[in-house]
Design a binder for this molecule. Structure first.
Ligand code: ADP
Ligand code: TRP
Length: 315
């Protein structure tokens, strides 16, 4: 029996190379490895905490679907769907809400960060880990490929599964995060974690001009011969053996090193850009892929939800 894999990304903006190497590339590699039954989805209900504009959410959702397909996710190999098309996610989220305590959710990093910034937090943001637990647990998931910043969320899903199993009897498998150490936290142009919220990203589907602008803005330490921040990003695109030699030979020549990085990113991204442009010509096909995926996802999720409803005593 194959193991089950599930992961998702929120449609909140253009994916960057941190998203790609930290998470999305794993989706494709693991799909193609053939060892897992794969479920990859668009977490549009999670995005609704941030994107509260009809046209924007529609556009970003379609964009992320195009991104998924362009990087190589294949509907013949993976179930590709949109979270909001499978209502079992939000229904199970409510059921979990009744066994999850507020102090437990208050320990979540994302909540604590928002609170530290004195942000007014909506209930959806507070409850984010519970919906994510429902996403994961409905599919009997064994592994969840994500970046390091999502590790705590997968632990929440594990704990919620355990609590449900203890309260109502064995129902959910306990999932594990799958995090590749090498790319667990891809650094941004300022050396901090690359993140949309820090404005330090290199977009994945970017023109040469955009790549150039982002790479030229990478902060370099003028005292060192080898610019750490440039090297940390460059090693995603080239083997370290060839890279080390090149950086040693060009020690201190920041402009030349950055130009080489621009060339390498551009060469890597170009075929993905071309595939994406081709797919974008036919948005109806993309919508159809998500529709077919949601039929398969609903089949799995509704079966699990039925089992849950029996266990809790509502049917
Ligand atoms: P962002 O922080 O830019 O808003 P998301 O929360 O949308 O990113 O993350 C989508 C996926 O990409 C998640 O699995 C997350 O762990 C991963 N990810 C995001 N940023 C990075 C990074 N800098 N390095 C590695 N993985 C990342
Ligand atoms: N929280 C994830 C992120 O910010 C997105 C997500 C939602 C997810 N549900 C999930 C990831 C379930 C893995 C599994 O990137």
């Amino acid at each position: 029996m194959k193991k089950t894999l599930l992961s998702g990304v929120k449609p909140t903006g253009r994916p960057h190379i941190g998203n790609y190497f930290g998470a999305m590339k794993q989706f494709v590699d693991l799909q193609n490895g053939g060892d897992y039954t794969c479920h990859l989805f668009i977490a549009d209900y999670h995005a609704l905490n941030l994107i509260q504009d009809k046209n924007e959410l529609e556009r970003l959702t379609l964009d992320l679907a195009l991104d998924y397909l362009a990087i190589g996710l294949n509907p013949a190999k993976s179930v590709l769907f949109k979270q909001s098309d499978v209502s079992a996610h939000t229904e199970l989220c409510w059921i979990f809400d009744t066994i999850v305590t507020m102090p437990y959710l208050m320990r979540a990093h994302a909540y604590k960060d928002a609170e530290a910034k004195n942000k007014e937090i909506n209930v959806g943001t507070f409850n984010y880990p519970v919906l994510m637990a429902a996403d994961i647990l409905l599919y009997g998931t064994d592994v969840v490929p994500v970046g390091q910043d999502q590790k705590q969320h997968v632990e929440y899903a594990r704990n919620i599964a355990e609590k449900f199993n203890n309260t109502f009897g064995e129902t959910f498998k306990l999932p594990d995060a799958l995090i590749l150490e090498y790319v667990a936290t891809v650094p941004g142009t300022d050396g901090r974690k690359m993140s949309k919220s820090y404005g330090n990203t290199i977009p994945l589907f970017a023109t040469r001009e955009e790549i150039t602008r982002a790479v030229m803005s990478i902060v370099t330490d003028s005292s060192a011969g080898i610019p750490e921040n440039v090297y940390a990003i460059h090693k995603l695109f080239r083997t370290e053996t060839s890279l080390k030699k090149f950086y040693e030979e060009n020690s201190g020549k920041y402009k030349k090193l950055k130009e080489a990085l621009i060339d390498d990113i551009d060469a890597y991204v170009k075929p993905l850009m071309e595939r994406r442009a081709e797919l974008a010509k036919n948005e109806n096909t993309v919508a159809e892929i998500l529709k077919q995926g949601s039929i398969m996802a609903n089949e799995i999720a509704s079966k699990k939800l039925l089992e849950v409803k029996e266990k809790i005593g509502v049917i």
